[in-house]
Design a protein around this ligand. Structure first.
Ligand code: 13P
Ligand code: SF4
Length: 341
């Protein structure tokens, strides 16, 4: 058997490591998971091998729901650190592992618990809605968490005359504000470097070059505003422009009859879309939209995680208890996200 746990030896593209893996990698992963009584959860942005071996693949909301309900005593979370923390918050008695604890999130880093406390002090009585891409300490200061698939429903659940503090993603905040028409909503100016890098200029060029293609756009994208502008000015027919969470894209992929769909989000998404609909061509708007943090979770690190029980995710009990309230409200609101088994 070849060595396991090896580090990437070459780079096939931005952030896409190629590893030398044992030929029986998949069998080892499955058998170690069974021995450890572990369920493997993978986000839609993981590399294809990990999406395919996972027991469940989906978006942040769908995976949070599974983390809260699953019977296994260990959860191995193939995603970024805040997602594994969310699993720990919801299943505190379970062991939660992430194959590489350094897999952070540039968006989650844009607001700290101290900054949120200071912002709340400026707006007494406001309800705090935090996108799930935040640390456990920020969630502990939050009233309701949301994901991209239920952000609109979460904000609509708050009485119309109550101020809302929405953090940390400015593009998702602008999207929610547009759909709810809410004027008493304050938005934190954070952004994800991957999605902010998918800009309107690039999108316009792609749309003009592909006049028959549909457009799937994640609301964290810098181009979400521009896409709606293009749709309302007729450059892109409105019915072909869809602002969707990663799980919403999977549902839309199953339903579309378009020959081609341009996809504005992290490129890992393409794998699930191709599985959902093998006859449509799915093309990234920006091939460089690769989340280096998501790609820190590699097949060999997954094997090492299952073998050695690394890296364990911990959250202080008092923080987890306060954060759980806001996360449970998120899990309760909105339609369930599709998750691939
Ligand atoms: P989803 O909630 O749509 O899965 O997105 C999570 C994320 O990190 C987007 O970058
Ligand atoms: Fe965070 Fe952006 Fe990566 Fe999503 S794509 S995990 S928001 S850095």
């Amino acid at each position: 058997m070849d060595a396991v746990g090896v580090e990437p030896v070459t780079e096939a593209g931005p952030g896409t490591p190629v590893e030398v893996l044992p030929s029986d990698w998949a069998e080892q992963v499955r058998s170690l998971a069974a021995e450890r009584d572990a369920v493997i959860l993978a986000h839609n942005y993981q590399v294809p091998e990990i999406q395919d071996i996972a027991h469940h693949t989906g978006d942040s909301l769908g995976l949070s729901r599974i983390a809260a309900e699953v019977d296994a005593s260990t959860i191995v979370f193939c995603g970024v650190h805040f997602m594994a923390e969310t699993a720990k918050i919801l299943s505190y008695d379970k062991t939660v592992l992430i194959p590489d604890e350094r897999a952070g999130c540039s968006l989650a880093e844009t607001i700290t618990a101290d900054e949120l406390r200071a912002w709340k002090a400026e707006h007494p009585g406001a309800v705090v809605v935090s996108y799930v891409n935040t640390t456990a300490a920020v969630k502990a200061e939050t009233d309701i968490c949301c994901t991209s698939s239920n952000a609109v429903e979460v904000v609509e659940s708050i009485p119309a005359d109550t101020e809302v503090l929405f953090c940390p993603d400015q593009f998702l905040g602008a999207h929610v504000q547009r759909l709810t028409g809410r004027t008493n909503m304050h938005i934190w100016m954070g952004e994800c470097h991957v999605h902010a890098g998918i800009n309107g200029v690039e999108l316009k060029a792609r749309v003009e070059a592909e006049p028959d293609a549909e457009l799937f756009i994640h609301p964290e994208c810098g181009c979400a505003t521009s896409a709606l502008y293009l749709a309302t000015t007729g450059v892109v027919p409105a019915e072909r422009t869809k602002i969707l969470s990663t799980s919403g894209m999977v549902t839309a992929a199953r339903e579309t009859s378009a020959a081609k769909v341009l996809v504005a989000t992290e490129t890992g998404m393409i794998h699930q879309l191709e599985q959902a609909n093998p006859t449509t061509v799915f093309e990234p708007v920006n091939r460089a939209a690769v989340c280096k943090y998501m790609k820190m979770i590699t097949p060999s690190k997954l094997l090492r995680s299952l073998r050695d029980g690394t890296d364990e995710v911990t959250v202080p009990l008092d923080v987890a208890e306060r954060a759980r309230r806001s996360v449970e409200r998120m899990v309760a609101i909105g339609t369930p996200s599709p998750v691939a088994e």
